[in-house]
Every structure is written in C-alpha cells, then in structure tokens.
Design a protein around this ligand. Structure first.
Ligand code: HEC
Ligand code: HEC
Length: 198
C-alpha cells in the first residue's frame, strides 16, 4: 500500500515539474546540425539512435527534453559514466540541443512479442513508461527493447543513489532485486525498430 500512497503523492511532483517547465525555454535544437554532430555518437548509439553495442541504450525517438537532461547531467557530473561523462564534457549547450532534436525526431516502432498480454506489464511502471515501454510522460525515457542489463544497472543505480531523480529514486528504493529483474526483463523483451535516419 505504501507504493499506492506514494503514487498519489506524485501528483504534486508532476505539478511542480509543470511549474518548473515555465522557466525560460532552452535553445531550440537544429536537427540538421544534430545529424552532423551525431557522427560522434554513431559507433555506439547508431546515427538513428538504435544502439550498436549492448551497454549503450537506444536513444532514437526519446523525448528531446529527456535526451537534453541526460547529456547535461553527464556534463555536470550528476550522472556519471566512464564513456558518457567524457563525451558530454565537450558538448556546448547548442550541440546538446541539436543532438536532442536529431535523435528525438527518429521514428520508432514497438511491439510486444506475439501472445504477450499487455496487462501483465509491471503496473507500477506502465503508468509512466507504458506497457510497451514507450513513455507517456515527457521527462520519462522509453524503455522498449533496452538491454536488460542496462535497465537493471540503472534501477540499481537509482536504488543506491549513484543516479538520482526525484521520481525514480523513491520508486527504485522500494524495489527488490526480483522486481528489478522482472521489470528489466519485461521491457527488454519488447521488440523495437527505429527507421533508418532520414
Ligand atoms: C563509445 C560509446 C559511446 C559513444 C561514442 C556515445 N555514447 Fe552515449 N552512452 C553510451 C553508454 C555505454 C551509455 C550508458 C551510460 C550508463 O550506463 O549510464 C550511454 C548513454 C547515453 C545517454 C543516456 C540515455 C538514457 O536512456 O538515459 C544519452 C542521452 C547518450 N548516451 C547520448 C549520446 C550522444 C548524444 C553521443 C554523441 C555526442 C553519445 N551518447 C556518444 C555509450 C556511448
Ligand atoms: C511517475 C512516473 C514514473 C514511474 C511510475 C516509473 N518511472 Fe521510471 N522514470 C521516470 C522518469 C521521469 C525517468 C527519468 C529519470 C531521469 O531523468 O534520470 C525514469 C527513468 C527510468 C529508467 C532509466 C532509463 C534510462 O534510459 O536510463 C528506468 C530503467 C526506469 N525508469 C524504470 C522504471 C521501472 C522499472 C518502474 C516501475 C517499477 C518505473 N521506472 C516507474 C518516471 C517514472
């Protein structure tokens, strides 16, 4: 029951975010410039954001504000990773905006494996990440087709405090290893395709 009470409290968090969203807008990204800059990212994330190595997440079709926030977090050190911290350190605000616009405009297609019942999705997650792993909340990432090891690592990072977020940290704090594994396996099993870059 604690979780339900917690979710009811999220109304306030989401409202606070909506208010924060009225701050001055960040620079508008230019996707054509982002495509050029994405040459730096393609060996790991693909030019269309479909990851080419298992440890890298798919980033094509994510909401631009999610991509921007993660790149800013790697750059400022609030999120750390041996590769991404180095990559993001050299990006300007304009490049971050351009890259976010480029990867966000990629077209994704997702499908549950044949015979899988969408109602079996982890209920506490589908509210924001969708049953099929396509986020229904602007600041939430898509989880569809991500590698299960990546998803598990991120959830454990939220649980230990290595990665922090006002919504995900308290949610992950209550998850057992088995719940983390089950949620990671569910979303990793979703079939994801991303169209070739335009
Ligand atoms: C050498 C491989 C490599 C390169 C090059 C690279 N990345 Fe990454 N990227 C990763 C890995 C690995 C992660 C997962 C980090 C973690 O585990 O926290 C990641 C994570 C991310 C994330 C977070 C996604 C999420 O779902 O939270 C974003 C956004 C991102 N990269 C964007 C970029 C952009 C933009 C570029 C090019 C400017 C780039 N990356 C270049 C390997 C790479
Ligand atoms: C109320 C909305 C909400 C709910 C419920 C929720 N999430 Fe999240 N989730 C988010 C947001 C927002 C982020 C982005 C965090 C950030 O910016 O670092 C996120 C990030 C994540 C990430 C990181 C993905 C990446 O690409 O790096 C994972 C994994 C994740 N959530 C899994 C889950 C799981 C599993 C559940 C259910 C147990 C869940 N979430 C429930 C909103 C939610």
């Amino acid at each position: 029951m604690r979780r339900l009470g917690f979710l009811a409290g999220l109304g306030g968090v989401l409202l606070a975010q909506a208010v924060a969203a009225e701050q001055p807008a960040p620079p508008e990204g230019n996707p054509a410039a982002g495509k050029v800059a994405a040459g730096l990212c393609r060996t790991c994330h693909g030019l269309n954001g479909f990851a080419r190595i298992p440890i890298a997440p798919h980033i094509g079709g994510e909401h631009p504000s999610y991509i921007r926030h993660q790149l800013e977090a790697f750059r400022s050190g609030t999120r750390q990773h041996e590769i991404m911290s180095v990559v993001a350190a050299s990006l300007s605000d304009a490049q971050i905006a351009d890259l976010s616009a480029w990867f966000a405009m990629q077209k994704i297609h997702v499908a549950l494996k044949p015979g899988v019942d969408p109602h079996a999705a982890p209920e506490a997650c589908a509210l924001c990440h969708g049953a099929d792993g396509v986020a229904v909340l602007e600041d939430a990432p898509n989880l569809a087709g991500e590698n299960s090891v990546y998803l598990e690592t991120q959830l454990k990072a939220f649980r230990t405090g290595k990665r922090t977020h006002e919504i995900m940290s308290p949610i992950a704090a209550e998850l057992t290893d088995a719940e983390i594994r089950a949620a990671a396996d569910w979303y990793a099993a979703v079939q994801l395709e991303i169209d070739p870059p335009p």
